[in-house]
Design a protein around this ligand. Structure first.
Ligand SMILES: [Mg+2]
Length: 369
């Protein structure tokens, strides 16, 4: 500790880890066979914090070239000041996209570092609003055949007793509508009537197509329709929201607070991704913004990034237990959370920070930068 300001940030290190998927994955508007994690380590007073984002390898360069210089040497406890300094310095680089991912990864690593320096689980540092964080199983990729879809949904709904499951629809930019509907039927058969069934079109449908699909899916009790149309089409999102019974949700491409302010009038539930929106600092502000408008917030992807902050907000809907990221976080970290029964209980083991420790031997195998 150095004076009343606490310790200063001594260094930032970045690694790029590329992990192949276990099966080819795809949604309505994108397909992929590997996922890249950009992992940031922050160091102060003999302690290391860890944060990450999923995105382009060049995110690492943004951390090194744009951000490290404006935060090293400053008090690590003053995270809002460091977040603001990073945001200001990237004005001309352009904040949306991978630059926001870089800011987010550093911010997340700073929160972990601060909690570890104070010897507290992150949820204790933030202050808990709840002990249980609901999750929903998320996968059901359009690339899966019937057997793969069944296996994954059975694993979540039966072995792990997660009562909320989401599949991807909108295959091939909305051109395989009949297959989308058939797969939703198959999903309902596997998970039974008691579980909640969610769908995510990743912006693949046109407005009227989304309304037609949403009304058909109401017959299967689908209660969450994510990105029925492009998230850039806010009037379209609002139109679908007012025309279907499922909750319309969006927000995964939000890179700053004002994005969410614009989106709030168009959705039933706001989503935000701390690995994109500016880190946990901005994610928590997004929760307050949603709360002020009577909306709940759902955390998008990267479940172990969100778990502690999710337990610190009163208007949480749930977190996305995303197959791809769960697999990677389980592979690379010790101390991962157990979703049994559909809830996480972050911080109950008393481990400081987000409670995860990088398995450096494994990380080395996937290192690409
Ligand atoms: Mg989505």
């Amino acid at each position: 500790m150095t004076g009343t300001d606490g310790p200063t940030l001594e260094r930032i290190d970045v690694q790029v880890l590329t992990v192949p998927t276990d099966e080819p994955e795809g949604d309505g508007t994108l397909a992929w066979d590997s996922t890249t994690m950009v992992l940031v380590s922050t160091r102060a007073a003999g302690t290391t914090g860890t944060g990450w984002t999923y995105g382009a390898p060049a995110t690492a360069q943004a951390v090194e070239d744009q951000l490290a210089g404006v935060v090293i040497g400053r008090p690590v406890f003053d995270i809002p000041a460091l977040n603001e300094a990073m945001t200001r310095t990237v004005r001309n680089a352009g904040r949306p996209g991978l630059v926001a991912g870089a800011v987010s990864a550093v911010d997340i690593a700073l929160w972990d570092l601060k909690a570890r320096l104070l010897g507290l689980p992150l949820v204790r540092l933030l202050g808990a609003a709840r002990t249980e964080v609901p999750v929903y199983g998320s996968g059901g990729f359009t690339t899966y055949d019937r057997g793969q879809l069944h296996r994954q949904l059975r694993h979540w709904s039966q072995e792990q007793a997660i009562p909320r499951l989401k599949i991807k629809i909108g295959e091939s930019w909305g051109t395989r509508e009949q297959r989308d509907l058939r797969r939703a039927e198959q999903a309902r058969e596997v998970i039974g009537d008691a579980a909640e069934l969610y769908v995510d079109a990743n912006g693949a449908y046109t407005r009227k197509q989304a309304v037609r699909v949403g009304r058909t899916l109401a017959g299967l009790g689908v209660s969450w329709f994510e990105e029925p149309v492009s998230s850039d089409d806010l009037p379209g999102l609002a139109l679908v929201r007012d025309s279907v019974t499922a909750d319309v949700a969006a927000g995964e491409y939000g890179y700053d607070l004002s994005y969410f302010a614009r989106m709030i009038p168009a959705v039933d539930c706001l989503q935000a991704d701390a690995t994109r929106c500016g880190g946990l600092t901005v994610w928590l502000r997004t929760a307050a913004l949603a709360e002020a408008h009577g909306l709940q917030l759902s955390g998008h992807c990267a479940p172990h990034v969100h778990a502690h902050a999710a337990a610190a907000i009163s208007n949480l809907r749930h977190l996305e237990w995303f197959h791809d990221h769960v697999r990677i976080e389980n592979l690379l970290f010790e101390g991962v959370l157990d979703p049994q029964g559909g809830v996480l209980r972050p911080g109950t083991d008393g481990a400081p920070g987000h409670g995860l420790t990088l398995r450096t031997d494994r990380a080395e195998q996937y290192r690409t930068g």
